[in-house]
Design a protein around this ligand. Structure first.
Ligand code: GDP
Length: 176
């Protein structure tokens, strides 16, 4: 037909995870398709929007909150994930502790956030496989058990970053 209008669905998305795992870099890769090795840490919260076409009739628009500094000011986090329909919990595949921290965030979200929140677990920096500390199978098994999407990405090369947000978009409720 081609005559139908495209419907746009807006969702608030937050990024959580230990400092330096690449949260801001992932957002910049997704929104601007850029990467900067020497990026300054974000102060406060940065706000971005990006659209993802799902099919001919449907577009998802993410309102992305990069909650910089929430690692240091943990008490601020609930303010960010309140009203969020999706959360991206990021760890660094070369840092075991960041994976443990990610699991803590998942538990907090599953207790405190909207019960319908879509959570994606992301193992970032998968361009650094020679320094890998978290096996992909282990993270995948945890994600399956906890009911999360899982993707390994590289904000540096751009690998899987588009796929990650596309997978989240497809999981969102798109029929209301
Ligand atoms: P944030 O504190 O979680 O927002 O992390 P940043 O986005 O500030 O990234 C922390 C550091 O890791 C920066 O030096 C980035 O350039 C680097 N970084 C981020 N993503 C990647 C990645 O996918 N691969 C590599 N090799 N480095 C990355």
């Amino acid at each position: 037909s081609g005559a139908g209008a495209t419907k746009t669905f807006n969702f608030k998305l937050v990024l959580l995870g230990e400092s330096a795992v690449g949260k801001s870099s992932l957002v910049v890769r997704f929104v601007k398709d850029q990467f900067d090795d020497y990026r300054e840490s974000t102060i406060g919260a940065a706000f971005f929007t990006q659209v993802v076409p799902v099919d001919d009739q449907t577009t998802v628009k993410f309102e992305i909150w990069d909650t910089a500094g929430q690692e240091r000011y943990k008490s601020l986090a609930p303010m960010y994930y309140r009203n969020a329909q999706c959360a991206v919990v990021v760890f660094d595949i070369t840092q075991e502790a960041s994976f443990e921290k990610a699991k803590t965030w998942v538990k907090e979200l599953q207790r405190q956030a909207d019960p319908d929140i879509v959570i994606a677990l992301v193992g970032n920096k998968n361009d650094l496989t020679s320094r890998r500390a978290v096996p992909a199978e282990e993270a995948q098994a945890y994600a399956d058990e906890a009911g999360l999407l899982f993707q390994e990405t590289s904000a540096k090369t751009g690998a899987n970053v588009g796929d990650l947000f596309k997978a989240i978009a497809k999981k969102m409720p798109l029929d209301s």
